[in-house]
Design a protein around this ligand. Structure first.
Ligand SMILES: N[C@@H](CC(=O)O)C(=O)O
Ligand SMILES: NC(=O)OP(=O)(O)O
Length: 332
């Protein structure tokens, strides 16, 4: 089956190159054509008035299980909404009240859920690699909703789709600065990989304690001050200080951090005059971003990222549910 959404450009693209991936674990598992097809499908769902005219036949009869071992608002709720809008039966497992609290392991939990025959399993876990491990143990499609500091591929896809809406000519040649706590950020890792694939020039800006030593090998130029890092940038993406992954002090104080790295009107002035601001959320106002920037509808794409997230996740669920695995990617 191909992604039979319409007979126009999308239909043509997906007929020529049907989506073949069984899982969504990391953006680097995808070819550019997979990414283009996913983004086109995301655009399709963004343009539909999904509240009023959902296509509930796409995932009708399919079961989606959300398994979040780490906190989430945007990712979990948008997968839940996306699954429901496409007609799936959706279960969001409450880890805190599950048998994991009685000592059941991740793999035993996965085997138990697998026995209920889900079609799609969305997992967020603090351990890098947990979704890949699970993908080897279950028979359904696995979607990585964030694993440790490793990857957050669906965030990268929704960020790319948000950018395509803001820059209809595409990401090619855009200069994007990702700023703040790069070290602990799975969003930064996935965004750098995807933005590079789509032709953007990516910069990483943060204090030396929060930028990994090998960051210049990711395909991004590293800067340690906002003034030079933001020069000529079309997009400034701010990241939260991910305290839950820090052991020890990485910044002297939040107040000092804001002074040097927090985005306010003055620092945004270092970027291009019409630069947009992004943030994957959740934000810590007054730490990495000021309210005057976060709430400025002329520059902030932050709410649009959330809105785009639902459409993008509808696209991902749709694509995986209809994928035609190639050899070596056999669907069981
Ligand atoms: N929500 C994103 C970013 C963050 O938490 O700061 C993540 O889960 O990676
Ligand atoms: N951006 C993001 O992943 O948000 P949540 O942690 O709220 O899901």
């Amino acid at each position: 089956m191909s992604l039979a959404v319409d007979d126009t450009i999308l239909g043509q693209a997906t007929r020529d190159y049907p989506f073949s991936k069984r899982h969504c674990l990391s953006v680097s598992d995808f070819h550019r054509v997979d990414i283009e097809n996913l983004l086109r499908l995301g655009e399709h769902y963004l343009n539909l008035d999904v509240q009023k005219s959902p296509d509930r036949s796409v995932l009708s009869g399919k079961t989606l299980i959300n398994l979040f071992f780490e906190n989430s608002t945007r990712t979990e709720k948008s997968f839940e909404l996306a699954g429901k809008r496409l007609g799936a039966d959706v279960i969001s497992m409450q880890v805190a009240s599950s048998s994991i609290k009685k000592g059941e392991t991740l793999l035993d939990t996965a085997a138990t859920l697998n026995a209920m025959n889900p079609d799609l399993l969305v997992i967020r876990h603090s351990a890098s690699g947990a979704p890949s491990l699970l993908a080897q143990k279950v028979e359904c499609s696995v979607i990585n909703a964030g694993d440790g500091m490793h990857a957050h591929p669906t965030q990268a896809l929704l960020d790319a789709l948000t950018l395509r809406q803001a820059f209809p000519e595409g990401l090619d040649g855009l200069r994007i600065a990702i700023c703040g706590d790069i070290l602990h950020s799975r969003v930064a890792r996935s965004d750098v990989a995807l933005f590079n694939m789509l032709g953007a020039e990516v910069r990483l800006v943060g204090p030396p304690t929060l930028v990994p030593l090998d960051a210049d090998m990711w395909g991004a130029e590293v800067f340690h001050d906002m003034e030079t890092g933001l020069q000529g940038c079309d997009i400034v993406m701010m990241l939260r200080l991910q305290l839950e992954r820090m052991s020890g002090a990485f910044v002297p104080s939040k107040r000092e951090y804001f002074h040097y790295y927090g985005l306010d009107r003055k620092k945004l002035g270092f970027a291009k005059p019409n630069a947009f601001v992004m943030h994957p959320g959740p934000m810590n106002r007054g730490v990495e971003i000021s309210s005057e920037i976060a709430d400025d509808p002329d520059v902030s794409l932050i709410t649009r990222q959330v809105e785009t997230g639902v459409a993008m996740r509808m696209a991902i669920l749709h694509a995986l549910a209809e994928a035609q695995p190639t050899n070596g990617e056999q669907r069981s």
